[in-house]
Design a protein around this ligand. Structure first.
Ligand code: AP5
Length: 220
């Protein structure tokens, strides 16, 4: 397998990071790395981390940096990275971004390529409030934009779909506030590294995928 550098999908909740990370992973043999999925798994298994994270996730707040950075260090040290990672939902604060830079440097990884996916707040709300989620395999759908083949059931594993608890309207609003306060400053952080590409998140899933492939120079 071709050895690639890692990429980071930066953007607000609901912009399509998870959807695109899955497709890029399939197409290029890269490894998705979603702290949101890891935390949901920890909650499902009722681990110590899962119990601590639940308190913040239920309120639509970010989980504290020390818990996230500890989790990431542990996962990265265990995971092989021949195809490159697709970071989705991490980093989300300046401290996390600096920690990731240090970790990649330690692992002698090539420079991180960053795609900032842009979308209006109205469309973000529409996507989050219409999302369906498979708690078994973590696949994501949308009632209108991206429905499953069989209503209410996952295409991949056939299990019933649910609405994510943090997709309730009041929690969605808090997540958007957390994004603008704590994560949006990373746009400037990565602009300064000269490594940030901006991609329009408005378009079909395929159009956004193609724009990401070009922006991140994944072909060839
Ligand atoms: P996390 O799971 O990371 O959620 P998020 O960043 O809020 O992102 P989402 O999963 O909501 O959206 P997405 O961009 O992946 O969009 P999706 O592809 O699903 O985090 C959850 C929580 O965990 C956080 O609130 C926090 O508490 C905690 N957490 C996680 N990481 C953390 C960290 N590093 N630090 C601190 N706390 C952390 O798409 C959305 C919808 O749109 C879907 O229905 C999809 O089908 C549809 N859609 C996608 N693309 C398109 C398109 N092109 N056109 C039309 N519809 C589309």
């Amino acid at each position: 397998m071709k050895r690639r550098g890692s990429v980071y999908l930066l953007g607000a909740p609901g912009v399509g990071k998870g959807t695109q990370a899955d497709l890029l992973a399939k197409q290029y043999g890269m490894s998705p790395f979603s702290t949101g999925d890891m935390l949901r798994q920890a909650r499902k298994e009722n681990t110590d981390l899962g119990k601590k994270a639940a308190v913040y996730m239920e309120k639509g707040q970010l989980v504290p940096d020390e818990l996230i950075i500890g989790l990431v260090e542990q996962k990265l040290s265990k995971t092989e990275n021949q195809g490159g990672f697709i970071f989705d939902g991490f980093p989300r604060t300046l401290l996390q971004a600096q920690a990731l830079d240090d970790l990649l440097l330690k692992k002698k990884e090539p420079k991180l390529k960053v795609a900032f996916i842009e979308l209006s707040i109205e469309t973000l709300r529409e996507r989050l409030l219409g999302r369906l989620f498979c708690p078994n395999c973590q696949k994501t759908y949308h009632v209108k934009n991206y429905p499953p083949r069989r209503e209410g059931f996952c295409d991949s594993c056939n299990k019933p779909l649910i609405v994510r608890e943090d997709d309730r309207p009041e929690t969605v609003e808090r997540r958007l506030v957390a994004y603008f306060d704590q994560t949006a400053p990373l746009i400037d952080y990565y602009k300064k590294t000269g490594n940030l590409k901006v991609v329009n998140g408005l378009g079909t899933v395929e159009q956004v995928l193609n724009a990401l492939i070009i922006a991140l120079e994944l072909e060839g």
